[in-house]
Design a protein around this ligand. Structure first.
Ligand code: ZN
Length: 309
């Protein structure tokens, strides 16, 4: 059970109680070049870092979380991102729906608060096929986004849709892939791409394999603005920013995942572009700055003008 995030859930009663007291707005909007970008919250979920982080001691986890005024039981955000351009509504990732308990699955509700219904989503760019990124595609046996084309990298589809790749450790995700992505595949609604393809104007799909075999980053460049959507490159910001070599036990390939993280932080810090991360504290948008052997996270400035700077 160790590799299953679900094992890190706190008692449901505690969560329900906390959530009922803390309903949050769930979206944050900025302009990014020609695109209007809205970060959407699917919710938050407590994760026990001692149980899931790898290539790190409990002592290091304790000292790094303390430095961030956190504890080894962190509350991780699950974020998705809506991009609007020329009347098209493009979502990056789709949340968890019912798969991780009562504190997640709020993406459709967050979306509605922005004035868009799930039926109005034209495309979903998937970073990878995992519970909290593609779980939200289906709910109660129905497509949540019936009018959307789902974009997924060819290697990601090839891996998760081939039972020959299934091992006991990965079995759960193969079932979820079949349940949540399978119906869209059967309906001809999945469009695969190769790394390097421009999937929408100014949005390029990049090779970020490691966390999963077809994990994808999306680089958005528009009128001089640049943001890189990094999916699951970071799960525990308080630990993996200061020590990017730390991995997580649901990386399919931990070693390559660490290499991708180290390389990407270095590039983002050197070039100063935005990062958007599905599991960094909502809205998960910010910059990184090199510090010591690791990095600092500088979250986006809160703005009612919509520029975040
Ligand atoms: Zn994730």
């Amino acid at each position: 059970m160790k590799q299953i995030l679900l094992c890190s859930l706190l008692l449901a009663s505690q969560i329900t109680n906390a959530q009922s007291q803390m309903d949050q707005p769930g979206y944050y909007r900025i302009q990014l070049g020609e695109y209007e970008l809205t970060a959407l919250s699917d919710g938050t979920v407590p994760i026990h870092l001692h149980d899931i982080l790898t290539n790190v001691s409990h002592q290091e986890i304790d000292s790094l979380t303390t430095l961030s005024y956190q504890t080894p039981t962190e509350e991780a955000s699950v974020n998705a991102y809506l991009l609007k351009l020329n009347g098209k509504n493009i979502l990056i990732d789709a949340g968890a729906a019912e798969l991780y308990g009562p504190t997640l699955g709020h993406l459709p509700e967050s979306l509605r608060k922005t004035g868009i219904t799930p039926e109005q989503i034209d495309a979903i760019l998937v970073t990878h096929i995992h519970t909290d990124h593609t779980g939200g595609l289906m709910l109660n046996g129905k497509m949540v986004f019936p009018n959307a084309t789902i974009y997924i990298s060819q290697p990601e589809v090839d891996f998760w849709m081939n039972e020959k790749n299934k091992t006991p450790r990965l079995a759960r995700w193969f079932k979820e892939a079949a349940d949540k992505v399978g119906p869209y595949l059967k309906a001809g609604k999945v469009k695969t791409f190769e790394y390097g393809d421009e999937v929408f104007p100014g949005i390029t799909a990049l090779d970020a394999h490691g966390h999963t075999p077809g994990h994808t980053f999306y680089a958005l460049e528009s009128k001089g603005a640049k943001m890189l959507f990094i999916g699951d490159m970071v799960h525990a910001a308080s630990v993996q920013l200061p020590d990017p070599a730390v991995t997580i036990n649901f990386d399919v390939d931990e070693k390559t995942a660490a290499i991708q993280r180290i390389k990407t932080f270095k590039d983002a810090a050197a070039k100063g572009y935005w990062l958007a991360a599905d599991h960094i504290s909502f809205p998960g948008i910010g910059h990184v700055r090199a510090q010591g052997k690791g990095y600092n996270w500088i979250p986006i400035n809160y703005s009612t003008l919509g520029n975040g700077q």
